[in-house]
Design a protein around this ligand. Structure first.
Ligand SMILES: Cc1cc2nc3c(=O)[nH]c(=O)nc-3n(C[C@H](O)[C@H](O)[C@H](O)COP(=O)(O)OP(=O)(O)OC[C@H]3O[C@@H](n4cnc5c(N)ncnc54)[C@H](O)[C@@H]3O)c2cc1C
Length: 280
């Protein structure tokens, strides 16, 4: 592994100034993804900016309107075990619980997961289904955008030089959401997903008013389909439609056709389970 300098800022402003110094400067949070790339020689940063020592950047809170804000340095384990997430966004807790293994989850951060932009990840699809926003801070200020607009493709995000992810916010839910995250791997359960399906039904006054299906890990970006006034038949068509729409990426885990088939079968299964929970 090539040598690099390690900088340890104490504040977000200080970190952004360091990150703005050039393309050979990279932020590192948990290091679970970045250090593998460095060890393999696929990335050769001259300077690493360690974000893990930033003060007060891992809080998980819910405001009076019901929006849940997760600061970027919160580990995947902190997200999955957060009482706020468990109570108000159980589908996100479920997805985070299925990331890798407990050792990785203790190091990996939600900010690093999004910034890495690897399509074979669990949290991004769920965050897209929840209509989440990502907050980016840089030397030119702070901006926010939908997670779906932030993720541009495999290892490609809307982050600009000198910017870092500082938080992800899930807006308040009108009514309540039921449903779950279904992960499929072709190897051990600790592996990256071959497909990650989020199926949610939103209820208002105990009446289903919307269904959402988000498919992660299959194509370069998560796919989100929404159906207002859902019916059982419409949900089945939704899964078919998702499978037809997906520009699935073939790899060691399966061919494009195999992955589209997975989306059809698992999408139907996850939506049926969400529907059953919504209309028992
Ligand atoms: C064995 C193994 C199994 C895994 N299994 C899964 C799995 O099942 N599901 C899954 O979703 N993921 C899985 N992963 C991937 C990995 O754990 C995640 O992508 C992790 O969340 C990355 O977070 P990190 O904090 O470690 O990021 P880092 O490794 O520190 O950084 C990743 C990238 O993001 C950048 N970065 C980090 N933090 C920020 C920030 N705040 N702002 C801007 N840029 C930033 C870095 O420069 C780097 O480019 C696995 C990884 C391993 C090694």
């Amino acid at each position: 592994m090539r040598n690099f300098d390690l900088l340890e800022p104490k504040t977000v402003d200080e970190a952004c100034r360091m990150l703005d110094a050039g393309e050979d400067v990279r932020p590192v949070s948990g290091g679970t993804a970045l250090l593998i790339l460095v060890k393999q020689g696929l990335l050769r940063p001259q300077v690493l900016v360690n974000l893990k020592k930033l003060e007060g950047t891992n809080a998980i809170t819910r405001d009076g309107a019901g929006a849940v804000r997760i600061e970027a340095m919160a580990t995947i384990h902190e997200v999955e075990t957060s009482p706020v997430v468990r109570e108000h966004l159980p589908v996100l807790a479920a997805a985070c619980h299925q990331v890798a293994n407990i050792r990785i989850r203790h190091l990996a951060t939600i900010g690093g997961n999004l910034a890495h932009g690897d399509h074979q990840s669990d949290p991004p699809g769920v965050l897209v289904a929840l209509d989440a926003e990502v907050e980016l801070s840089g030397t030119r200020g702070t901006r926010a955008m939908k997670v779906t607009d932030f993720l541009l493709g495999t290892y490609e995000t809307a982050l600009e030089t000198g910017e870092m992810v500082t938080a992800v916010t899930v807006p308040p839910v009108r009514g309540r959401l039921v449903g779950d995250y279904l992960k499929f791997t072709t190897g051990s359960s600790e592996e990256r997903p071959c497909a990650g399906i989020t199926a949610l039904v939103r209820l208002e006054d105990d009446r289903p008013v919307e269904a959402r299906l988000a498919v992660g890990a299959v194509a370069a970006r998560p796919l989100l389909l929404c159906e207002t006034d859902p019916t059982e038949g419409a949900l089945q068509r939704m899964a078919e439609h998702a499978a037809d729409e997906m520009d699935a990426i073939p790899d060691l885990r399966g061919s494009a056709e195999y992955k589209r088939h997975l989306v059809r079968v698992l999408g139907c299964r996850a939506l049926a389970a969400a529907w059953k929970e919504a209309c028992p």
